[in-house]
Design a protein around this ligand. Sequence first.
Ligand code: UT7
Length: 322
Amino acid sequence: MSMIYSRIVGTGSYLPEKALTNDDLSRMVETSDEWIQSRTGIRKRYIAAADQNTSDLALIAAQRALESAQLQVDTIDLIVLATTTPEMIFPSTATIVQEKLGMTNGAAAFDVQAVCSGFLYALATADSMIRNGMAKRALVIGAELMSRILNWEDRKTCVLFGDGAGALILEASETPGILSSHLHADGRYRDILQANGRIQNGTIHGTPYIEMEGSQVFRFAVRVLAEAVQEALDNNGLKVSDIDWLVPHQANLRIMDATARKLQMPSQKMINMVGDQANTSAASIPLAIDAGARNHSFKANQLLALAAVGGGFTWGATLLRW
Ligand code: UT7
């Protein structure tokens, strides 16, 4: 019997209309374009309108992915949506997107929460469900409204994040496809990046805003991203020089550059969108993949290495053939 893999057959993404520049931010908190660019590589980020919710961003990304795959919604039998900023306590944002897409075929739909690594967790989940025969075609989405959980008076965090969504269609195939995924977490580090607020009997306890120990997060991220890529390569008998494109979570250009340097990869092989989009958490990898697909950077059979790290702490890497 031949092996079953899952392959990407469509991509889409969406960024809200309103861009917020570093200069705009310097009128809100004590910061400067020079500080933000030199520390993070970020020039601007997109902020959703007040009446847009997580599912609205996800919906447009999903519709664009379906369009690029030339598929009707009812041919999808699984939706996995990664988000740090779900639309509501329940139901899942995935089911809200399902309804807005007009899907009535009873496809499974659920959310995955692994913060900035969420998309890799969602992709690995959909890939394993396709490989074991539970699904044939999956819509995998990363969608975030980070602007809603930022303290706009905290310059250490509010300059770093943005809103957006990206989506991929994965399909069962006899040719790879996703080669393997390697996911990790270590909950001992959960308090260096968190929004610990929780609702109890109608009242928020803790803080609903992101709090971060920036330099600890930085050191942790640089260590695990390169390790995870190396682990994925070793698992497949491949070398760093086999990678055509590194698609890291777009947290911060210094973290991304340090990862490429650790792997001894030329920076031209790294997809870099962080300057124009900032950190969109679980949406950053599908946004980057959609950009690489649409500008024809990725060629058939090329090797992509995806790598992410986020709150929890969670991290991981995925290797795939385009
Ligand atoms: O998915 C993971 C998400 N997280 C990340 O990507 C963040 C990882 N961490 C980082 O990228 C860096 O730690 C930061 C960019 C957040 C901060 O850079 P840093 O070089 O580690 O700066 P720092 O936190 O050590 O702060 C240096 C100074 C401080 O002033 P004092 O105490 O030395 O007077 C900060 O108050 O920079 C100050 N500062 C700012 N100044 C202007 C912090 N944020 C800002 C700001 N504008 N936005």
